[in-house]
Design a protein around this ligand. Sequence first.
Ligand code: GUN
Length: 291
Amino acid sequence: MQIIDGKKIAGEIKTEIANEVKSIIAKGHRAPCLAAILVGNDPASETYVNSKEKDCHEVGFTSKIFRFDEKITGKELLKKIEEINTDDSIDGLIVQLPLPKHISESNILLAIDYKKDVDGFHPQNVGRLMLGLPTYVSATPDGIVELLARYNIETSGKNCVVIGRSNIVGRPVANLLSQRATPGDCTVTICHSRTKNIKEICASADIIIAALGVAEFLKADMVKEGAVVIDVGTTRTKMESGKYKLTGDVKFDEVAPKCSYITPVPGGVGPMTRISLLKNTLKAAKKEIYG
Ligand code: GUN
């Protein structure tokens, strides 16, 4: 059994990106630039945006954070997005979610220029993913596929079961792994809350991607000997000490001994999701997808 070290791979990719940024600057171009819009004072969102800013600086990108009071109107926010859309000094734009209830998230995401949509949430980019065209793949699906690639895990012809059908993880990762590609060429089954015989379906899988958001859902009797298990879960659970810890969707201690490869939580998929934003911002700066 091999533990997939997402933290290590994320560090390696960061070094690769930092080297590429150095060569871009050496050629006389400016550094890639990511803008983030943060509305309100949600502590988790603050932490996410600060981490993204730190990542940017570590690889040599510039970043701009635009903070707004939670009372900002949708119209005012749209005006700011339009300003950033037309600002040639900014390559990528993310609007940190969730937004306050009075603002329509789908309207805001639709307003971001898809050429700058480094979160990969715009329907244009989601549609291109569906079609197998070059696009900004969203963070978690991209992180998963990158881990499979970096560990040279064979996916062609394998039975892959994705547990969870969310628009940002389950469905895009199922789509990517079913494409004629490497990693890819899997026979993919998506399971969800209405699936019958979920235990039997999982037990037939060569690769399981657990992305349903239920702590320790996947037990040993649902996993075949030699399976690859990717755990996307990040449930915060309170320990006896009163401190919180992250728990995955997989009962790691009992599942791990049966696996050929498994991702831990934390330190598996999580660190990779931050890397995807850097990869997409670099692609945007190089005009790699839309010219
Ligand atoms: N909130 C939680 N995760 C994300 C993310 O990946 N992107 C944005 N924009 N908001 C988030």
